[in-house]
Every structure is written in structure tokens, then in C-alpha cells.
Ligand binder design. Structure first.
Ligand code: MCN
Length: 842
């Protein structure tokens, strides 16, 4: 059945708000499966996405983009566009001699990092396809797009490099003026850091009397494909310049506009209205935002730019794209003695806002849940003539989890043992928390045994293993594979001091305000900027419990720098554990402030008061006053104690002392047809530990969405450039984004090891599913094919790749070659530190 948008609005109008939410009063809100209050407007077409914003006299922009990956611009002739009806102006970089701001890199991972200038509009040399060389301004978007096709640009093509391994050779330079493609080298060594032993010694010893497993893995390039394409509207006509943008980071955007254009920050207001997904892809300050701002200011008129899907795929930042080489040393009994990781990470043409730091996050994650005594992580970032690469759901942690969970399976296979048993032998036991890892991270809580035991039970692990053995025995053409992934991750991106020690450009705190309105309603203002995560609902649940007010009486405001004046936005699954904790602390301040008023109103001593269910009562009596009555009394303020100021509103800023470490066990069963290469997911079970859960319904949604994204990396998605640097997966015809129809019904459950870093006892969940699922699926496919002599399939494991792996099975070297993957150069990640500098290894 299809329902038209008009019909949806009618349905919504007929169904009052209460239809979508349970009435309050039935019990505590935290833990309640509340339907999301924001969905009423989101799914009935009642919200205003950025592209729906219409302002008087608004003009529309279309970008002229380079089709070449690396080229000099020899001339631009705009005359063909200038004369067209309703075209107002055509601008090139030459029209903005003072520039128009810059796309900043906010995380230089070493002081010596090679960081090419990233200008919004290019006047001389484009460094990847899709870069903007001119902008057409017209009275409608269609006229602007048509006219953009009439802008005549002459290019002189330059040699270009696309693959990270090729770029390592420095034979073709992505930016010739830089003299090298190597951007930065970053290293963490447990011996040097004093957190563990010497990894080379561990490997040498294992070569003599133990086991050494060496594997190369490829993290293909992915494209964040949010539902709402990026869109920006700028109104320069008021006292402040207002920018609406489909962004995850309104506060950071405002700061970087001011910092790179010289506009006073007080004259810039950024609004992220409802934003239709981001997945890290809207954690960016974009050329399009700066250009729209510059053009609107130049013309003194409101301007709008909304990208097409094809533009989004080529010019929104990409994710992943790493070569990994792992060397795992173990004793013959399966005890791991050391892990060495060499990474080469493709940054694309520029070092994007946190692009250099994303692969470095792997430094603390490759060791995962295990007690490895020695560890080394080497990361080389390189520039190429491809779209810039940055955070994509999980950002650095899915890549690391994939590497370690794949190689733990390979160790188990080498030893002929069950992969869960080998993991258990090496993981941190629950009684050992808090545990400081070999990478120097202190995990506050966890229980890997409990999550794994429950996952095995739900999955029917032993029965599936028995079926697998039976199918192998009878040489069934459809083999069964069982994939395991026991993961942890670091999220809740926070401790400002730690981020500072890593040269990250921002802090990690979050801000919240609570306004107690005189009518008893509550406004919560949060610095987080939700774009699909349901903060309005979860924050309302938290505040309802804390202040003892009905859920419906709480309004959560966000995403407008004039309202939520202070914040660091939403990414890194930080919003609950940092942002909502700030809300909790603001609520506690409200309660504390209200105490003095309650004592005054009740003519009692503060010591005799207790706050229960939204009411201050005098202990041992039935005398009391509600928080909302106090709010009204402070509004009138006819009578209040002299030592207090009128009002009980409060602000709080929270900066935790540690990250959050969710973990879980994911089990996947795949049936692989060995004749066609087709694989089919049969079952998927995950038991995640994210501490206390605020809203189980939202959490399930987060896990489901995350799983699909991780599974898509394993099976379907890949951004592919041809030999000219043209993105051949430049539309949804070729970039195979899954739909709900491509997935199965997942079994999800939770264990609870409360976090100690916030009073909610919660851990982040927004990326967990994506981080865990990719290796679970690939491990299952490899497990199905292992009896045929196959020990790897390069992602995405398309039927063609699986079929080719089967055809070349047994020919160990040809296996990888058949999948057209360049080998990791020996020492590739150990580039000359003299050229690239070395990280502080912290
Ligand atoms: N939650 C909960 N109990 C927990 C943990 C979380 O009820 N123990 C709820 C929170 O209240 C919140 C949601 O789960 O409503 C996600 O919380 P959190 O883990 O703090 O993640 P963030 O809100 O910071 O969201 C960021 C995260 C990231 S990094 C990506 S990428 C991602 C994701 O969220 N992109 C998303 N989920 C997404 N979901 C949608 N629909 N769209 C995206 O673009």
C-alpha cells in the first residue's frame, strides 16, 4: 500500500498527538518504550527540512563541478550562462579575491601533517572530481542547474593517483606543490608508552615456538547516504546572517564560519532544523555552505543550495578506505602474546575536518576486548585525487574491529579451535574491570562472558555448529557459515583533556539548560543536534523522571545557535552519555535551587525537606509544594528569601573523565551457495551491553539501523573510481544501498554493565551495530568456505567475489589477486618519520 503525503497529513490531523505516545503516570519514564514524539511531525510531512524553507526574494544556486580528478583550470567562460533568462549572476573564485572561508582540518594528528589548503571554490587546480569551479545564481533551482551546464571550463589534465598504496610510492602527486602524498605518520607502541611489552620480540618468539598469523585486509571506501541530501539556505538580510543547514554540527559550523571568514561570531546564527540523517556525513563544514554564504552576502539576498543525489555521492565526504596489515603472535595454546597493526589510510584530496584522526582512533581499538601483552599500531595517512574521506558511522572503530575480529577467527582456524573459545581465552574477565588496556585506555565496565553466553543461547550456537558439520560431511552445495564478532568500542566522544592531548581541535563537553516556565511546563535546551536519534523523546523521559513532571510537559529545543547557544553537537555516540548527562545535572541544579524557595513557602528548614515525585515535602508531614508551583511563585516573585535570586532555571556543562565503552557479542549465520557464490543471511543475533537503557525502542532502532549499515559494508556497498578518477558508483543504480527488503529480522537483546562515567549508567549505542556487524558477516562467509581452502573474501562479498574466490580456492596467492586487491607493501605504514613526523603515541 502506498500512502500519499496528503493522506498522511490527513491521518495525522485526525489522530491527536496522544495516539503516538503513552500517557504519563504509569511508572518511571526511563526504560519505557516511548514512541518518539518527533516522529509525529517527521513522518507526516509536517516538518520543514532545509530545502522546504522559502524566503522572500530567495535565489537558487547550482554548482559547476570538475569532471576531472586532477587538472589545471585554463579558462572559465561564464557568458553562456550569464545571458540566460532568470540567471542573476555567475561567480568564479576570481570574483572572491579575499576568499570565502575554508573547509578546516580540526584535527592535525601530527604537528608536521601535510595539509593542503581546502578552499570552497577552486580557481587554479582541482584535486578531485566534483570540486566546484563556478556557481550559477538564478531565480529557480532548475534554471540555475540548466545554466550551470552552459558554463564552459577548459582544463589541462594532470596525472592523478587514486589508490592509497599507489600514492605511497609518491610517483604521482595528488598535490605536486606538497612534494609528497604522505600526510602524517602516527604510532603507538606499548613498550614505548609503558603500557605493555615489545611486540617485535613477541612476534619473533612466536615464530620460533608459537603461532604467527599475518593477514592483509581491505576496508573499501563507503559513502554516507543519508535520506535528506545536504542543503543550505542563507539569509543575509537581518542583523545577523542566518544559515539553515542540514548539518550535524551547527555550533562547530558557526565557529568555523567565523574563524575562517572573519565574520564576527555574534553576527552568525546557524540553524540545523530537522535533519534527515547524517551518519557522520554531515559532520563537516562544506564548500557548498561557504559558497552559499558568500554569494548571499555578495548579492544581499537569501540564497538556497540543495544538492542532487549524484552530487551528494561524489562531493559529500566518503568513509573508510584503508589497507590493514595485522600480525598476531600467539602461543600454541591460543594465548595471544602480541599484535602489530600497519595501516595505510586514504584521506582523499584533502584532510577533512577530522579525516586524519579517524584512522588513528583504531590505535585504541585494534586490541579490542583482549588482554594482549604487547601491541604496536602504525598509521600512515595519504592524499590522493579522490573525494575527501572522513567520519562514517563508527569512524575508525569499525575498521579496527573488522581487522581484529577477522584475525582472531584466523587464529582459531589455524589452531583448529572454536573461535569463541579462543576469544574467551584472551578477553578481559568481568571481575578485572576497570581494566587498563595495552593501548592505555581504561575500560570502566563490561561483562563479555554474560553477553556471549546469552548470544550463544539465543542463536542456538551448538545446534548450528552441528548442522554445519553435517552439511560439510554431505558436501551440501549450500554451505553454512557461522560468524562471530565480540567487540567493544570507545564512544561518547568527550574528555576534553584527552582530546586536547591528541591535538583534536575542540573539547568534548556538552551543555544544557532547563527553563522552568511559570505555567509548569519545562523547556530543555541541549547542545546536541539530533538528526534521527530521537533526543527530544529520550531527553524528555530523563527530565520527566528527574523533575517529576509529565513527559508531555517537557519540550526539548536544539540545533539553533540562537536558542542552544552553547554546544558541541552530535557525533561519536556522545549525545546521551555527555549531552543528556548535562541535562541531568541542570535538572539537579533546578531541584537544588528550588529547595530554598520550598523552605520559604513551607516555612520549614531546608534540612527537613525531601524531593520526591516532583514535590518538596516536609519530612513526616503531608505539607509540601510542587516544583511547578515553585516555578510560578518565582515568576511572580512577590515574596522570596532575600538571599535567593528569583527563578529556578539552571545551566550545566558536563565534561566526563572517560569515554564510554559499549560492547557486545554478535553472531551471524550465512548460507553460501558454492555453485553461484550467492550468500543468504539466515540468522543474526546480537547481545549488546550499553549500560542502562533510556528508551529500549529507540535503542532497537539504533541497533537495527547500525546492523544494516555494517552488513551493507560486508555484502554490498563500495565506492569505485575508474582509471580516470570518475566515480562509477555515482548513483543509487551502482552504489548498492540496501533497503529493508534486503535484510532479515534481527534478534537483539542487552546485558547491562552500568557505565561509571555518567550518573545514568549509560553507554552510547549510535554506532555499535555498524561496528560489530561487518566482521560477523564476513567471518560467517569465510567460515562457510574454509573447508575449500579459502581464508578471506575481500569486501563487499558480492556473489561474483565469492564465486571467484571459490574458483581460485587452493591457489592461495591467486586468491587475493583474483579479487584485484593490491598487496600491502612491506613497511608501507612505516614511512620515513623524518618526512612525516611521528604522533605522540598517547
Ligand atoms: N540511547 C538510550 N540508551 C542508551 C544509549 C542510547 O536510550 N544506553 C538512545 C539515546 O537516548 C538516543 C539514541 O539512543 O536517543 C542514540 O544515542 P547515542 O548513542 O548517544 O548517539 P547520538 O545520539 O550521539 O547519535 C550519534 C550516532 C552516530 S555517531 C551516528 S553516525 C548515527 C547514529 O547516532 N547516525 C544516525 N544513529 C543515527 N540514527 C539515525 N536515524 N540517523 C543517523 O544519521
Amino acid at each position: 500500500m502506498t500512502v500519499s503525503p496528503d493522506a498522511l497529513v490527513e491521518i495525522a490531523e485526525e489522530s491527536p498527538q496522544a495516539d503516538l505516545t503513552e500517557p504519563s503516570g504509569a511508572g518511571p519514564e526511563i526504560g519505557n518504550r516511548r514512541l518518539r514524539k518527533e516522529d509525529q511531525r517527521l513522518i507526516t510531512g509536517r516538518t520543514k527540512w532545509t530545502d522546504n524553507i522559502v524566503l522572500p526574494g530567495m535565489l537558487h544556486l547550482a554548482m559547476v563541478r570538475s569532471p576531472f580528478a586532477h587538472a589545471k583550470i585554463t579558462s572559465i567562460d561564464t557568458s553562456g550562462a550569464q545571458g540566460l533568462p532568470n540567471v542573476v549572476a555567475v561567480f568564479t573564485a576570481a570574483d572572491f579575491p579575499d576568499g570565502m572561508g575554508a573547509c578546516a582540518n580540526a584535527w592535525p594528528i601530527t604537528p608536521e601533517q601535510v595539509t593542503p589548503d581546502h578552499l570552497p571554490m577552486i580557481g587554479e587546480r582541482v584535486a578531485c572530481a566534483g570540486e566546484i569551479v563556478a556557481v550559477v545564481v538564478a531565480r529557480s533551482a532548475k534554471e540555475a542547474r540548466d545554466a550551470a551546464e552552459q558554463v564552459d571550463v577548459d582544463y589541462e589534465e594532470l596525472p592523478a593517483v587514486f589508490d592509497a598504496m599507489e600514492a605511497m610510492k609518491d610517483e604521482i602527486l595528488a598535490h605536486p606543490d606538497k612534494g609528497t602524498n604522505k600526510s602524517a605518520f602516527w604510532k603507538l607502541d606499548s613498550k614505548e608508552a609503558g603500557t605493555g611489552g615489545d611486540v617485535d620480540e613477541a612476534i619473533a618468539k612466536a615464530r620460533q615456538d608459537g603461532v604467527v598469523i599475518e593477514r592483509e585486509f581491505r576496508q573499501q571506501r563507503l559513502i554516507p547516504a543519508f535520506m535528506e541530501p545536504r542543503s543550505t539556505v542563507v539569509d543575509p538580510t537581518g542583523e545577523q546572517v542566518t544559515m539553515w543547514s542540514a548539518t550535524q554540527i551547527p555550533h562547530i559550523l558557526r565557529f568555523l564560519i567565523a574563524a575562517t571568514t572573519g565574520m564576527p561570531e555574534s553576527k552568525v546564527r546557524v540553524i540545523a532544523p530537522d535533519v534527515g540523517g547524517g551518519f557522520g556525513g554531515k559532520l563537516q563544514t562544506t564548500p557548498e555552505e561557504f559558497i552559499t554564504l558568500a554569494v548571499a552576502r555578495r548579492l544581499g539576498k537569501p540564497c538556497k543550495y540543495t544538492e542532487t543525489r549524484s552530487e551528494s555521492l561524489i562531493s559529500g565526504h566518503h568513509g573508510r578506505d584503508q589497507y590493514q596489515k595485522l600480525t598476531l603472535a600467539a602461543e600454541k595454546d591460543g594465548t595471544v602474546t602480541g599484535l602489530k597493526v600497519d595501516l595505510v589510510a586514504n584521506l582523499g584530496a584533502y584532510v577533512a575536518i577530522v579525516g586524519g584522526g579517524v584512522p588513528v582512533l583504531g590505535a585504541w581499538m585494534f586490541n579490542s576486548i583482549y588482554k594482549f601483552p604487547a601491541y604496536q599500531f602504525n598509521c600512515q595517512t595519504v592524499l590522493t585525487n579522490t573525494t575527501w574521506v572522513d567520519a562514517y558511522r563508527g569512524a575508525g572503530r569499525p575498521e579496527a574491529t573488522f581487522g581484529i575480529e577477522r584475525i582472531m577467527d584466523e587464529l582459531a582456524a589455524e589452531l583448529g579451535r572454536d573461535p569463541l573459545e579462543v576469544r574467551e581465552q584472551n578477553w578481559i574477565k568481568h571481575e578485572e574491570f576497570p581494566f587498563t588496556s595495552v593501548a592505555g585506555m581504561t575500560y570502566d565496565s563490561g561483562n563479555y562472558e554474560a553477553a556471549t553466553a546469552r548470544a550463544k543461547e539465543l542463536f542456538g550456537y551448538d545446534a548450528l555448529r552441528a548442522e554445519q558439520a553435517e552439511r560439510r560431511e554431505r558436501k551440501d552445495p549450500v554451505q553454512l557459515g557461522i560468524g562471530v564478532s565480540t567487540f567493544t568500542e570507545m564512544c561518547g566522544l568527550a574528555p576534553s583533556r584527552v582530546l586536547g592531548s591528541l591535538a583534536y581541535g575542540a573539547g568534548g563537553w556538552e551543555h544544557a539548560s532547563i527553563r522552568m516556565l511559570p505555567t509548569g511546563k519545562v523547556e530543555v535546551i541541549t547542545g546536541t543536534s539530533p538528526h534521527g536519534q530521537g533526543h527530544e523523546t529520550a531527553w524528555s523521559q530523563i527530565v520527566a523522571d528527574r523533575l517529576g513532571v509529565p513527559f508531555e510537559d517537557v519540550e526539548v529545543l536544539h540545533g539553533d545557535t540562537a536558542v542552544a547557544y552553547k554546544g558541541l553537537d552530535t557525533y561519536g555516540s556522545r549525545s546521551l552519555v555527555v549531552g543528556a548527562e548535562a541535562v541531568v545535572r541542570a535538572a539537579d541544579k533546578v531541584i537544588e535551587k528550588a529547595k530554598g524557595f520550598a523552605a520559604h513557602m513551607l516555612e520549614a528548614s531546608e534540612d527537613d525537606l525531601e524531593f520526591v515525585g516532583g514535590r518538596y515535602g516536609v519530612k513526616g508531614t503531608d505539607k509540601g509544594v510542587g516544583l511547578t508551583d515553585i516555578a510560578l511563585a518565582t515568576f511572580a516573585s512577590h515574596d522570596y528569601p532575600e538571599h535567593l535570586e528569583p527563578g529556578i532555571d539552571a545551566d550545566a556543562t558536563f565534561d566526563p573523565d572517560n569515554f564510554s565503552f559499549p560492547h557486545g557479542t554478535h553472531l551471524c549465520a550465512m548460507e553460501v551457495d558454492t555453485e553461484t557464490g550467492q550468500s543468504r543471511m539466515r540468522s543474526y543475533v546480537c547481545v549488546d551491553d550499553i549500560g542502562h537503557i533510556i528508551n529500549p525502542l529507540i535503542v532497537e532502532g539504533q541497533i537495527h539501523g547500525g546492523l544494516v549499515q555494517g552488513i551493507a559494508q560486508a555484502l554490498w556497498e563500495e565506492a569505485i573510481f575508474d582509471e580516470n578518477g570518475t566515480l562509477v558508483t555515482g548513483s543509487f543504480v551502482d552504489y548498492t544501498l540496501p533497503t529493508a527488503a534486503d535484510t532479515i529480522s534481527f534478534v537483539t537483546e542487552n546485558t547491562v554493565s552500568p557505565s561509571t562515567t555518567n550518573t545514568l549508567g549509560a553507554k552510547g549505542v549510535g554506532e555499535a551495530g555498524t561496528i560489530a556487524s561487518t566482521p560477523a558477516v564476513v567471518n560467517a562467509i569465510v567460515d562457510a568456505l574454509r573447508p575449500m581452502g579459502i581464508d578471506d573474501v575481500v569486501m563487499p562479498c558480492t556473489p561474483q567475489r565469492v564465486w571467484k574466490a571459490i574458483q581460485t580456492a587452493g591457489d592461495h596467492s591467486g586468491d587475493v589477486a583474483a579479487q584485484a586487491q593490491p598487496h600491502f607493501d612491506e613497511g608501507a605504514a612505516n614511512a620515513d618519520p623524518g618526512v612525516t613526523g611521528e604522533g605522540n603515541g598517547q
